[in-house]
Structures are given as C-alpha cells and as structure tokens.
Design a protein around this ligand. Structure first.
Ligand SMILES: NC(=O)c1ccc[n+]([C@@H]2O[C@H](COP(=O)([O-])OP(=O)(O)OC[C@H]3O[C@@H](n4cnc5c(N)ncnc54)[C@H](OP(=O)(O)O)[C@@H]3O)[C@@H](O)[C@H]2O)c1
Length: 266
C-alpha cells in the first residue's frame, strides 16, 4: 500500500512513526509532501526516500492520501494535490472541522475518510473517531482502521456529526485531564510539597487509577465507593465536589466544546 502524507508536522510525523513501527507500511511506500524545509529534511535524515516539497505525478501512484495540514491550509493543499488525484484514490483527512462535503468539492474523488485523533497518538495511546463517505469500500475502511490503530484505539461512526462530539470528548479531552491534574498539583504545592513531589504524587495517581480501571470491569462510581469509606477523607472531598455541582460544570464545559466544534465545521 502506497501512502502520501500531506503535511509532516506533529501529526504527520506521529503517523509516519507509528505506521513504520508497526510494519504497516514500508519506508519506501510512505511518501511525504511537506513544504517546510526543516521538517522535510528531518524525514530525509531518518531514511525516507520519497520526500517532496511540491505536488507532482507521483501522487497518482498512491493508494491513500492523508491530509495532515492545519485546517486553514487545507484549501491550498487541496488545490496543489487535486490535479494528480483520480476517482479511485482514497483520501483521509485529520483536519479539524473540514467536512467530507468540503473535501468532495475540492478533490476529484468521492472516497473520503474523516478522522479526529488526539494528542496521545504521539505515544501510541491515542483515541481516534472516524467516519467515511459511502463510496469507501469495506476493505479500504478495514485497512484504514488498522492504520489508525497503530496510534492507539479507534471507533467508527456512520454519522459524520458524531465527530463534533468526539472532538469535545476525546479530541479536547487530554486538556481536561491536564487541567484537573494542574489543579491537584497546585493544591499539593500549597500543602507544602515541592514541585517535583507534587508532580509525582499526581501523575502516578492518574496513571494508576486509569490502569486499574482499564484492567478490571468496575464502573467509575464503583471505584469511588472502593476508595471512599464512610466518614473518611475521600468522602469529604467527593461530597464537596457534589455540593458545588462539579459534574454539572464539567458537562457544561464539554457542551461548550461540542458547540464550538459544530460552529467551526459550519
Ligand atoms: N495535534 C493534535 O493533537 C491534533 C488532534 C486532532 C486533529 N489534529 C489536526 O491535525 C492537523 C495537523 O496538525 P499538526 O499539529 O500536525 O500541524 P502542524 O504541526 O502545523 O503540521 C502541518 C504541517 O503541514 C505543512 N503544510 C502546510 N500546508 C502544506 C501544503 N500545502 N503542502 C505541504 N505541507 C504543508 C506545515 O508547514 P508550515 O508550518 O510551513 O505551514 C506543517 O509543517 C490539523 O488539521 C489539526 O486540526 C491535530
């Protein structure tokens, strides 16, 4: 399978590294179109032979073309690539808010897959939601699903509007986790711990809690009950969270992200 990555930035590099590490694609079959010289040179320095600054005839040999440029650069990238795209080629986009219809309008193929990944893809612990146009075959989707899973896990949705909700939950999600961790670290520092101690206390707590939840089939509420004994310290904290309706505020924050994703898509 020959793949072209348009954009070799953070996400482009993440995909290239993950595909190669999982032996999903050979280095010789992964082509990179990156107009920023320093980034293009990086790919050459790590053994990629097909690194291009400009679109060209090589694009017509690709089975899959992945767009990983910023959404504001999408039109320029589509215009550059379009003359070399055929209707049999599959296009995958990870560009936030760029809809399938916009890609259909810009490129001469109807085989389109739209993906919303997240930051932990960089360490192969990512979560991606994806959807596709009806013209993408089951076999093509299967190959793309396997490629996405090299960066973590992925879920397919028939309904494109679900990607706005995916953006609000897992796309932006890592920032919510960091926000909560930051609040805990600040409080730990206030209690007299050094920065390093506060970071270790909080980071290991998150890591351990998520790992435990992953390997045992208990719900979050059941785990809370396991930690919180009657009249104890955990119960005091959880009760205070409930008093200030923290869960409602979290829900409102996620809804704001959801609405913003819908707005940006329009
Ligand atoms: N990072 C995430 O966690 C995340 C999560 C979900 C979705 N996404 C999506 O992923 C996409 C890429 O994000 P990123 O963080 O990887 O961006 P990035 O680091 O800016 O990478 C994009 C690269 O593409 C290059 N480029 C722009 N236009 C080009 C063109 N026409 N031809 C060739 N190369 C071109 C840019 O070069 P210049 O800098 O010179 O313009 C840049 O090196 C975005 O659309 C974003 O919405 C990212």
């Amino acid at each position: 399978m020959k793949i072209l990555l348009v954009g070799g930035g953070n996400m482009g590099k993440t995909y290239a590294d993950s595909f190669i590490a999982h032996h999903s694609v050979k280095k010789d079959d992964l082509y990179i179109l990156e107009h920023y010289e320093e980034k293009a040179n990086y790919f050459k320095s790590v053994g990629f032979h097909h690194v291009f600054f400009e679109a060209g005839n090589y694009i017509s040999e690709m089975d899959l073309i992945i767009f990983a440029v910023k959404p504001q650069d999408s039109q320029e990238a589509f215009q550059a690539v379009a003359p070399f795209v055929a209707s049999s080629q599959v296009v995958m986009s990870i560009m936030a808010g760029v809809k399938i219809q916009a890609i259909r309008n810009a490129l001469p193929t109807d085989k389109i897959v739209r993906v919303m990944p997240n930051l932990p893809a960089q360490v192969r612990m990512g979560m991606s939601g994806f959807t596709s146009s009806n013209e993408v075959s089951k076999e093509e989707l299967f190959s793309i699903h396997n490629l996405l899973n090299t960066t973590g896990k992925s879920l397919y949705f028939d309904d494109e509007s679900k990607l706005d909700a995916v953006t609000a939950i897992s796309g932006s999600g890592p920032a919510y986790v960091y926000y909560f961790m930051d609040a805990m670290m600040n409080k730990a520092a206030e209690m007299g711990f050094t920065k390093e101690q506060a970071e270790l206390l909080v980071e290991q707590t998150f890591l351990g809690a998520v790992h435990l939840q992953n390997i045992r089939s208990l719900s979050c509420q059941e785990w809370i009950q396991k930690v919180a004994s009657k009249g104890g310290t955990t119960e005091a904290a959880i009760r205070r969270f409930a008093d200030v309706e923290l869960d409602k505020h979290i829900s409102e924050g996620l809804e704001a992200a959801h609405q913003r994703a819908i707005e940006l898509g329009n």
